[in-house]
Design a binder for this molecule. Structure first.
Ligand SMILES: N[C@@H](CCC(=O)N[C@@H](CS)C(=O)NCC(=O)O)C(=O)O
Length: 91
């Protein structure tokens, strides 16, 4: 499986973003995710709204496709980490 391009729109003080960041750390994926802090660059929030119609974070772009909702993102991260680990196990 080709690894996916992962970009997380977030900001530090957001508790829902912390759920996702923590899931990424537990899954060992934090180095594979580009973090985009919407409070550091306000154009990011404009882009988020333009592309998704929603300004809330966290939002994870998976190969350019947005996923909202911290729970859905955390679930997806764990599934993806298991897929990657499964691949490693086969090689
Ligand atoms: N149900 C969402 C809640 C996300 C949420 O409310 N995020 C807040 C920051 S903590 C936000 O982006 N608020 C900005 C807004 O509502 O425009 C989730 O679990 O991801």
């Amino acid at each position: 499986m080709k690894e996916k391009k992962l970009e997380l729109y977030y900001f530090e003080q957001c508790p829902y973003c912390q759920i996702v960041l923590s899931a990424m750390r537990v899954a060992g994926l934090e180095e594979k995710v580009t973090l985009l802090d919407i409070h550091e660059d306000h154009k990011l929030k404009e882009k988020l709204i333009k592309v998704t119609g929603r300004g809330t974070v966290p939002c994870l772009f998976i190969d350019g496709k947005p996923m909202h909702e911290s729970r859905d993102i955390a679930d997806w991260i764990h599934r993806y980490a298991r897929e990657l680990q499964g691949e490693e196990g086969r090689t």
